[in-house]
Design a binder for this molecule. Sequence first.
Ligand code: GLV
Ligand code: GLV
Length: 333
Amino acid sequence: MTEAQKPFSVLVTRAIPEAGLKLLQAECRVTMNPEDRPLTRPELLSLAAEADGVIGLLTEKIDAAFFDSAKRVRAYANYAVGIDNISLAEATKRGVGVSNTPGVLTDATAEMAWALLFAVCRRVVESDAAMRSGRWAGWAPLHFIGSGVSGKTLGIVGAGRIGTAMALKGRGFGMKVLYHNRGRNEVLERELSARKVGFDELLAESDFISIHTPLTAETRHLFDAKALSAMKKTAYLINTARGPVIDENALVKALQEGWIAGAGLDVYENEPRMADGLAGLSNAALAAHTGSATAGARSGMATLAAENLLAMLHGRPGPTCLNPEVFAKRTEN
Ligand code: GLV
Ligand code: GLV
């Protein structure tokens, strides 16, 4: 197919791995952001106005104003599993198909939660800094003492794919597992004898709390000052989900005043910024929203986003479409 014969015009708002791009290029004229920076909002709106389909990022708001500009767009594939950046109702109302990338990043994100958990409870970042600065004066019985993991209680908030994978990967540590979730999780109950508990019990009993809930109106600031002060003083909070699930200013206070022992964060309330004071805290391990940043996961996300977009452009829902009803309606007419 020559470029001119390709039936669809597609916008990719930031460079993605080759695997997904190749799939798109077979059938679509692809415009990809050539710069190593996010598109500005005006750039996004004007480029989307020329496109039939868009692959976009969790940092872009896909709202009514977006759809007002992107009048030709029939399909939007989010390059993320989280969909808090999208007004799904607006998309559905306008007959635009929307997809996300669940599954392909489950292991990567669950692994990142463990990386942060160990980084903070075994003080890896602090001792790394001591090594690099030349301040380390040699082995000492009382230096860099942290907390062990084996046999402790792990509390999972949001027991979906990623929360489940995180807990299952901890099998070797012999932890007692509690979870807080809307529905029962039979896998966790069967495999780990995990117990479903209310939020207050999870806060009071857990030595480690790992957040895996999507960001919704109900989970925004779920971890506020009240929740943080209900945790054990010796407990650690890990967040690889979405920043606004934690009130970040309250967390800074909790870490400064020793309400909890530490936090391992991959996500922030106002990315790419952090709350004042967080950067100066030695009891926080801070990653740069890299939960899905393995070569395998990112390539899987690119492929899945491209497969979804192509299917939706052809009038079918695709493997992980979030509003398949849009396509059912189209074939009825
Ligand atoms: C990453 O944060 C995602 O939602 O995929
Ligand atoms: C989605 O919410 C997941 O846990 O993969």
